[in-house]
Design a protein. Structure first.
Length: 67
């Protein structure tokens, strides 16, 4: 039973972490945007890419454990 909860807890923590960063993203974008608008765009794009990258890596790791 505990093995079933582990992935769900990990996913919840990842979502919580990304949620906090997403909440702070407008403020971060304004601060970085004052320096460079390109850097602010790169920050936003890397945040979105990191979100999908983390879950892709997690799914890949889970597939390896099942084999």
């Amino acid at each position: 039973m505990k093995e079933d909860r582990g992935p769900a807890i990990a996913a919840a923590l990842i979502l919580l972490g990304f949620g906090v960063v997403a909440f702070l993203m407008p403020r971060l974008m304004r601060v970085v945007g004052d320096v460079s608008t390109v850097a602010a765009g790169v920050l936003a794009a890397s945040f979105v890419a990191a979100f999908f990258l983390v879950f892709w890596l997690r799914a890949r790791s889970q597939r390896r454990k099942e084999k």
